[in-house]
Write a protein that binds this ligand. Structure first.
Ligand SMILES: C[S@@+](CC[C@H](N)C(=O)[O-])C[C@H]1O[C@@H](n2cnc3c(N)ncnc32)[C@H](O)[C@@H]1O
Length: 200
């Protein structure tokens, strides 16, 4: 891991107030694809891991019965709670939780994660996907920095000093090993994509 979980939390605490000002077209495309593929039922619970300021969780709230947002950065969570309150969204709950320990008591139906898992190394990603599988979700939608070709730090989205993206192949193997069949692969950019896994 290039940075510890605590270091990432601190980095995002510092960025939290301005985080929503800086979305690129590829980030927005990835976010929209995650929301579209998640498609929860009105009686379903969604867990969004690495929820940040709530981009995915808040977008899914109208469709789901309940949305749980988890993140390691209290600063990002504060922004997410503020946005939920301002929008009058009452079926979303934001609290501390990580990929390793999501801090979720109940079973969930759909798990999403957008632009967050590349902060942990491949072994931790594999562990996270196994933890996710243990929560009983029928679907996992992962949008993130991921390599469709050769890693290129000169191209956007990959900063080797802080990021640990995986290849699409590595992620696909982790999905299938954890019991999710890969049902969609969306390439947004050579270093950004969305994978959808459904329980077999
Ligand atoms: C680039 S932001 C993405 C936020 C949001 N998902 C979005 O689409 O805008 C990455 C988020 O991942 C969180 N994060 C980093 N490492 C994490 C970990 N191990 N567990 C949970 N969240 C983590 C950060 O605190 C940050 O809020």
């Amino acid at each position: 891991m290039k940075r510890s979980v605590e270091e990432h939390a601190g980095r995002f605490d510092e960025k939290a107030a301005e985080y929503d000002d800086g979305g690129s077209p590829e980030y927005e495309a990835c976010r929209d694809l995650v929301v579209a593929h998640a498609a929860p039922g009105s009686d379903e619970t969604v867990l969004d891991l690495g929820c940040g300021t709530g981009a995915i969780a808040l977008a899914l709230a109208a469709d789901a019965e309940r949305v749980i947002g988890r993140d390691v950065s209290e600063g990002m969570l504060e922004q997410a709670r503020r946005k939920a309150e301002e929008a009058g969204i009452e079926n979303v709950e934001f609290a501390e939780g990580s990929f390793r320990s999501p801090n979720v008591g109940d079973e969930v139906d759909v798990i999403t994660s957008n632009f967050a898992m590349h902060h942990v190394d491949d072994a931790a990603k594999r562990e996270a996907i196994e933890v996710i599988a243990g929560l009983g979700a029928r679907k996992l939608v992962l949008g993130d920095v991921m390599f469709f070709g050769h890693p290129d730090p000169e191209e956007p989205y990959y900063s080797p000093a802080v990021d640990d993206p995986a290849t699409v192949g590595t992620l696909a193997e982790a999905f299938t090993d954890a019991g999710f069949a890969l049902t969609a692969v969306e390439r947004v950019h050579d270093q950004v994509g969305v994978l959808v896994g459904e329980r077999v």
